[in-house]
Design a protein around this ligand. Structure first.
Ligand SMILES: Cc1ncc(COP(=O)(O)O)c(C=O)c1O
Length: 448
């Protein structure tokens, strides 16, 4: 157990889980869907900034932000105030059938923010999967083509259309076939584990070239491909950051064949990588962008932003009763203001601070194979042996558990990586504390 009087740092007072947490976990296991993937028994009571307190009074540093959602931290006063203000006026009206001003304001804001320039149109839903689902339907509708390309390791959500693009873990697909037809997957630019055994020096972007050199020639007529779906930084797959040339090549192939480029910025967007959208790091100009998670600091909201000439579908073609809920929209407007005023800069600065030290890990810890990231979207990969790169999933899980015991909430990503996606309000002290604690966890777990 650790103890500190600083309220901005963890303090563990009970054995974990404490008695109240244990009781809630037992009730949960008796009634809730067993499909949820909880790694450890953290039961939240309240949150403030990057600190969350459990039902037994233990304080944790949240290095995961509710899976990359609470961009402005837990309960940022300006977001809470925006929610309260809107809740006193009206909670719902349905933007599908009626008008309200803040929905338009958010549409205008998003249309102006997304990379690429030119007029945009915006559809508001409730989640990441819905944002992707909308993008998939829109791409088909606009292109009048029925095939899609996505990447191995990708996570795009769990509704049937989005799931057909997801290629992260087979457990997510098992038992649900047949999925939506027409999705084809190719290797992602996962340079640490290049599917073509290349190094950065010998890389000729084979993972994109395979499209024209193999697939388009053999099984996938490009004239039938509506869109390529890509995460600018692969999230669930392991926080994998591709090199610039991957995006250059991908964008060029799409343009050559009139294929729409859809950026899934559900996890990488809204300031997380130190830019509003991760696409901006690579000069990516997507035709359609899917956004969710961090957009409303915890309220459910998704957005699909498309070039205006693509989003010309007829009334009734796509809609959602709750999509663009006015309270969530107000939270999004407050979130975007905070991101623009200070938090994107903080993500860039604090992320760089963490990465500078973490990049030394492979030379300091024999079980850390790779460290990668942009802003406060940072991943590291655990291996049994740095030379063979054999994955070490048990070691990864042990580190996640040890971190919990020491008051740091982290989550795995991919088979053997750990992701850090803290609220963008993370302070330098909190970042240092997290890095030092994780170093202790890695050492302890490596001792066996
Ligand atoms: C890149 C990406 N796309 C889509 C989704 C699906 O979002 P949601 O869980 O809100 O449906 C996720 C969720 O993790 C994601 O990371």
């Amino acid at each position: 157990m650790s103890s500190t009087t600083r309220t901005d740092l963890p303090q563990i007072l009970t054995a974990l889980p404490g008695p109240r947490a244990r009781a809630i976990v037992e009730r949960d296991h008796a009634v809730m869907s067993p499909s949820y993937t909880r790694s450890y028994p953290f039961v939240i009571e309240r949150g403030e900034g990057a600190i969350v307190t459990d039902v037994d009074g233990n304080r944790f540093l949240d290095m995961n932000a509710g899976i990359a959602v609470v961009a402005t931290g837990h309960c940022h006063p300006r977001v809470v105030e925006a929610i309260r203000r809107q809740a006193e006026k009206f909670l719902h009206m349905s933007g599908t059938d009626f008008y309200y001003e803040n929905m338009v304001a958010l549409g205008e804001k998003l249309a102006a923010l997304v990379p690429g320039g030119g007029p945009r149109r915006v559809f508001l839903g409730n989640s990441g999967a819905e944002a992707v689902e909308c993008a998939l339907k829109l791409a088909r509708y606009a292109a009048r083509r029925d095939k899609s390309i996505a990447f191995l390791g990708a996570f795009h959500g769990r509704t049937m259309g989005a799931l057909s693009l997801t290629a992260s873990k087979s457990a997510q697909r098992e038992g649900f076939a047949p999925l939506f037809p027409g999705s084809c997957h190719i290797p992602y630019a996962y340079c640490y584990r290049c599917a073509y055994n290349r190094t950065p020096d010998t890389c000729n972007v084979e993972c994109v070239k395979v499209l024209e050199q193999e697939l388009f020639r053999t099984i996938l007529p490009p004239s039938e491909v509506a869109a390529v779906f890509v995460e600018p930084v692969q999230g669930e797959g392991g926080y994998v950051v591709p090199p610039q040339k991957f995006f250059d090549e991908l964008q060029a192939v799409c343009r050559r064949h009139g294929i729409l480029l859809v950026a899934d910025e559900v996890q990488s967007g809204m300031g997380r990588t130190g830019r509003m959208f991760a696409s901006e790091h690579f000069g990516l100009e997507p035709d359609i962008i899917a956004i969710a998670k961090g957009i409303a600091s915890g309220l459910p909201l998704g957005a699909t932003v498309a070039r205006a000439e693509l989003m010309t579908w007829k009334p009734g073609a796509h809609a959602s009763t709750f999509g663009g809920n006015p309270v969530a929209v107000e939270a999004a407007l407050a979130t975007i203001e905070l991101l623009e005023q200070e938090l994107i800069d903080n993500a860039a600065r604090t992320g760089a601070r963490m990465l500078e030290r973490m990049r030394e890990w492979p030379s300091r810890f024999r079980h850390v194979g790779d460290v990668r990231g942009l802003g406060l979207m940072i991943g590291f990969e655990l291996v049994k042996d740095q030379a063979t790169k054999e994955r070490a999933p048990e070691l990864r899980d042990r580190i996640v558990d040890l971190a919990f015991e020491k008051g740091i909430l982290i989550l795995g990503a991919g088979p053997n990586s750990i992701r850090l996606a803290p609220p963008l309000v993370l302070t330098a002290d909190q970042a240092d504390f997290a890095v030092e604690t994780l170093e202790a966890c890695i050492e302890e777990a490596s001792r066996g």
